[in-house]
Ligand binder design. Structure first.
Ligand code: KIV
Length: 272
């Protein structure tokens, strides 16, 4: 397909314009074939730093590096042709100064071709968001449960149970909005608090373990496909990949053992 006939990608301003409109459909992806499948159904594909946990087997996202994000970002960009692709800036790559954030975010954009980055946004983040946006980098923010801060928070738990933390979460979202974010992920907060955030900001809220009333939803794709037994309580499994893989591998092992495995060179043809 030539550059002229290819359907244009969804842009960050188009996502912002969806505030209060049709819900924005988002999922994570980390590889080209999955991204190609999601592309027809999703407005936004996030190359989340959850890749560290769901692909690389880490116990938190803290060990994820910029190089890992770039490699997975490149793969997703090869698979997705239409959705807006956002790549997470990993822990340690943006917090210390806007200049560091710009250096790393621009590297991610240039080396992957993605259209935006996401940062987990505490109260320190507004200056960095404005700095990136002014210099041409669309930013999606992330408030509520911020997995990169899990060593401070003490675990993956819902946030905003006290009045002061709930207020801090609303304030962080407002600050991220004012600084120029094009959307904000709201993770692991009560329905009531997610609805408050959605009302308080002019940009779309993308909920995960939050509220159906957010402007959009996101899930970690291997979680919703049922690849793992243990997933957060709010995750609905839309498939049962774990069982399917188990059954497929068992059948394969059986065929190899019984020598009924198809081995004729004539069968070495692509089926589609
Ligand atoms: O890393 C990730 O997958 C995310 C989503 C959970 C929003 O940040």
């Amino acid at each position: 397909m030539s550059a002229q006939t290819q359907r244009p990608r969804i842009t960050a301003p188009q996502i912002t314009a969806r505030k209060g409109q049709d819900p924005i459909i988002c999922l994570t992806a980390y590889d080209a074939p999955t991204a190609a499948i999601l592309d027809a159904h999703c407005d936004l594909i996030l190359v989340g730093d959850s890749v560290g946990m769901v692909v690389h087997g880490l116990t938190t996202t803290v060990g994820v590096t910029l190089e890992m994000m770039i490699l997975h970002g490149q793969a997703v960009m090869r698979g997705a042709k239409r959705a807006l692709v956002v790549v997470d800036l990993p822990f340690g790559s943006y917090e210390d100064s806007p200049e560091t954030a710009f250096r790393n975010a621009s590297r991610v954009m240039m080396e992957t071709g993605c259209q935006a980055v996401k940062i987990e946004s505490g109260s320190y983040a507004a200056e960095t968001i404005a700095y990136l946006v002014e210099r041409g980098i669309p930013v999606m923010s992330h408030v509520g449960l911020r997995p990169q801060s899990m060593n401070v928070l003490g675990g993956f738990r819902a946030r905003g149970r006290t009045k002061s933390v709930a207020k801090e979460i609303v304030d962080n979202a407002i600050a991220a909005d004012k600084a120029g974010s094009f959307a904000v992920v709201v993770e692991g907060v009560s329905e009531d608090l997610a609805n408050k955030v959605t009302k308080a900001v002019s940009i779309p809220t993308i909920g995960i373990g939050a509220s159906a009333q957010c402007d959009g939803q996101i899930l970690v794709t291997p979680d919703m496909l049922g690849l793992f037994d243990r997933v957060p309580k709010f995750v609905k499994k839309y498939a049962n990949l774990n069982d399917d893989i188990e059954a497929a591998v068992q059948s394969y092992a059986q065929e190899v053992t019984n020598r009924t495995f198809p081995s004729d060179a004539n069968t070495y043809k692509f089926t589609k």
